[in-house]
Write a protein that binds this ligand. Structure first.
Ligand code: 3HC
Ligand code: NAI
Length: 695
């Protein structure tokens, strides 16, 4: 008997407990243990077999680390068929999360019981896959087509009570999973129950699967797995059981070979690896319970909201009582959203707004704070003034953080007497919603201060990524480069609307020009004015057509007009014809003869700019690993998860082709297109970005 499954016999009930921590993934040893366990229970003359998980969960799915490698016998679908066909009464007793292959095993057993806190689902879709061990064939038989389609295409985790209503499980009972499983098996034996294979249930009536397929493809912005899930469920309705299983397996195997699957599994592991930095291993973070926030505008209010929701107390410091009240109103508005979604109740809302939040206008109020985040105006002089005052009042050991988007953390830290306690905590707007947090580690930042940034990120349920200090840190620096590439393409002949369309077809929720409208065109205008005042570098290209929109008071969504015109009540805009005229005038003024850009030209240039800058960011050590960049773009900039992140995507399309594109672009614009040394090095050595993640 393989050690991964613990076999015991309790009278006429055999019991198999999975022991493959941390999540009882269904790796080879577990599958072997299941096969051996069934045979042994049958040989021992047991009447029933109970399957459960030791530790924190029932099986949380197939072992994802085995994907992409040659499959090893016994295969999970065969294990499922073996379970289903056994003459014993087989009971699954579930706790924790029964996911993917885990739920598929459960559906192959004859009866299912779960503790109230258990959750179950078929999340394969998030790995670029569909269930591959009968989930799409058995689930519609027990829960119906619509429920199955929902679970297969969304991957959502269904709580036990809902699973009971859906018919996915038969019973809920409180207690130890092994004990409730044995008790259920006893009841079944005593009541003369028989094995009950799901395969013997009739196939459900079908629906308009072509429409469901098209809807899934559109909703996933080109992600294949939800749409393939629809086809697999269709097979369950239209084909005999075993043929439907074959159809599911064929679709599963097809997806296994796709870049989307590789991209999404890269995202799964990177999301977990990103906060594990070798340099912070064993470094204890400082304790943080009381937070101070300076500046309660868009960002400060969002940060305070996230902190309050995670149980921290917040002192909010503003410039005047009126501004403090306005900050409180913003926070209360955010918390109203949480109240509406049932994340907090009315009493919780009142506690957070009236007790956990304190308003202040004097710095003394921050004396007790463990960590203070500044989110005042983006001006170095203002930031320095704030940090000087903070230095005077903050208690020893307090962490002092800036939410600056671009400014130099080292320069900010230099005005304090304790630069080791200073770091950047760069949140994204809206800060209580967006998952990304860049932890910006300065030259002098102490390791435990960086660790405290990561601990805070975890507490606020953020994906925290380490960044070094540079203009714009990881994300905004790369954004600014690919935005510039897009601006150059517009000057040279592409339309902003074509570029937006190409990038949404690639999988971004919005294209760069729609994003500019959302953020406010005034922001970019201010940056351009500042850069022109500082003097543009030799050879840099510039354009002023967007300034003309701004001069007329068109700042994008907030004024109703920008690159797009937004009708009241509608989120998506229609192209603004004035923009084409302004661009044409600008080209004429600069003596540019517009050239045609195919969709492929646009995608290649846009992505080449993104990858090249990302490679510079890694090469300079601003990001420690390529996966850090990938997670920044995924969680802060809407990069489509099924493409893995820019550097995983680069690996998949091939670094050599990207480098030769960059070199070709450099022939006409050597200022903008300078190949990243790291990219050149990887191409020369025949290595990939992913190779650097492993080191
Ligand atoms: N295979 C291999 N490793 C897994 C795994 C899996 N299915 N699920 C989790 N792990 C690993 C994680 O990588 C992590 O490793 P680390 O400690 O080295 O970083 C460790 O287990 C703990 O995972 P989490 O940090 O995510 O723990 P949480 O408690 O936060 O979450 C969970 C637990 C909800 C189970 C979450 O890990 C999860 O969602 N796992 C993936 C579940 C899944 O997608 N299952 C379907 C797999 S595909 C499949 O079954 C195909 C089948 O149809 C044939
Ligand atoms: P905002 O203008 O909405 O809010 C700034 C707030 O700071 C105002 O309420 C103002 O009253 C207050 N303030 C200004 N000086 C102060 C002082 N000396 N003491 C106390 N309060 C003071 O600005 P926003 O957008 O919230 O940005 C704040 C910071 O966050 C900036 O550094 C910005 O670069 C950064 N940031 C902004 C993002 C965004 O999308 N808006 C995203 C990430 C970072």
């Amino acid at each position: 008997m393989a050690d991964a499954m613990l076999y015991t016999l309790e009278g006429d009930i055999a019991v198999l407990g999975a022991q493959n921590p941390p999540v009882n993934a269904l790796g080879l040893a577990v599958r072997q243990g299941l096969m051996e366990g069934i045979a042994r229970a049958e040989a021992d003359g047991a009447k029933a077999l109970v399957i459960y998980g030791t530790g924190r969960t029932y099986f949380a799915g197939a072992d994802i680390r085995e994907f992409g490698k040659p499959p090893m016998d016994p295969y999970l679908p065969d294990v499922c068929l073996r379970l289903e066909a056994s003459p014993l009464i087989i009971v699954s007793a579930m706790h924790g999360t029964a996911l993917g292959g885990g739920l598929e095993v459960a559906l192959s057993t004859h009866y299912r019981i779960a503790v109230p806190s258990a959750r179950m689902g078929l999340p394969e879709v998030h790995l670029g896959l569909i269930p591959g061990a009968g989930g799409t064939v058995r689930l519609p038989r027990v829960a119906g087509v619509m429920a199955a389609l929902d679970m297969v295409t969304s991957g959502r985790h269904v709580p036990a009570a809902e699973a009971l209503d859906m018919g996915v499980i038969d019973r809920i009972a409180d207690g130890d999973p092994r004990e409730i499983g044995i008790a259920y098996a006893r009841d079944l034996i005593d009541s003369g129950a028989a094995p009950r294979p799901v395969s013997e249930l009739p196939a459900p009536e079908g629906i308009d699967f072509d429409a469901a397929y098209a809807a899934a493809l559109a909703k996933g912005r080109g992600q294949l797995s939800p749409a393939y899930g629809v086809r697999a469920v269709q097979g369950a309705c239209e084909l005999p059981f075993l043929d439907a299983l074959k159809r599911e397996r064929a679709l599963f195997s097809e997806l296994m070979e796709t870049d989307q699957r590789k991209g999404m599994i890269h995202a799964f592991f990177s999301e977990r690896a990103v906060s594990k930095l070798p340099e912070l291993e064993g470094v204890a973070p400082r304790d943080v319970q009381a937070l101070g926030v300076i500046g309660g505008g868009t960002m400060g209010a969002g940060i305070a909201t996230a902190a309050l929701l995670s149980g921290l107390s917040v002192v909010m410091l503003e410039m005047s009582p009126e501004a403090a009240q306005a900050a409180k109103d913003r926070i209360a508005g955010n918390l109203q959203g949480a109240l509406k979604r049932g994340k907090i109740d009315q009493a919780g809302f009142e506690h957070l707004t009236e007790k956990a939040l304190t308003l202040a206008t004097e710095y003394d109020a921050l004396a007790g704070a463990d960590l203070i985040i500044e989110a005042v105006f983006e001006e170095m002089a203002v930031k320095k003034e704030v940090f000087r005052k903070l230095d005077a009042v903050a208690k020893p050991g307090a962490v002092l953080a800036s939410n600056t988007s671009y400014l130099d953390i080292d320069e900010i830290a230099s005005v304090t007497s304790r630069p080791a306690d200073v770091l950047g905590l760069h949140f994204f707007s809206p800060a209580h919603v967006m998952k990304l947090l860049e932890v910006v580690v300065g030259e002098a930042t102490a390791p435990e201060v960086a660790a405290t940034g990561f601990a805070l990120g975890k507490r606020l349920k953020k994906i925290a990524v380490r960044s070094g200090v540079c203009d714009g840190f990881i994300g905004n620096r790369i954004l600014s480069t690919y935005r510039t590439a897009a601006d150059h393409m517009v000057l040279d002949g592409a339309s902003p609307y074509q570029i937006d369309k190409v990038m949404t077809d690639f999988g971004f929720a919005m294209g760069p020009f729609a994003v500019a409208d959302l953020a406010g065109l005034d922001i970019g205008w201010a940056v351009r004015k500042r850069k022109r005042a500082e003097g543009l570098p030799e050879g840099a290209r510039d354009s002023t057509y967007v300034d003309k929109l701004c001069e007329d008071g068109h700042f994008g969504q907030k004024t109703g007009t920008g690159f797009y015109i937004y009708e009241a009540g509608k989120r998506a805009g229609v192209p603004n014809p004035q923009v084409d005229d302004l661009i044409a005038a600008e080209r004429a003024e600069q003596g540019i003869t517009p050239q045609d850009f195919s969709d492929d030209d646009i995608l290649r240039r846009y992505m080449a700019a993104m990858v090249n800058e990302a490679a510079k960011v890694v090469g300079e050590g601003i990001a420690r690993r390529p996966l850090d960049v990938d997670m920044v773009l995924l969680f802060g900039y809407g990069f489509p998860r099924f493409n893995g992140g820019p550097l995983k995507w680069a690996d998949m399309v091939g670094l050599e082709g990207l480098l030769s594109d960059i070199k070709a672009y450099a022939e006409t614009d050597p200022h903008f297109w300078t190949p990243a040394p790291l990219l050149e090095q990887l191409v020369a050595e025949g290595r990939t970005f992913d190779d650097l993640n492993k080191g």
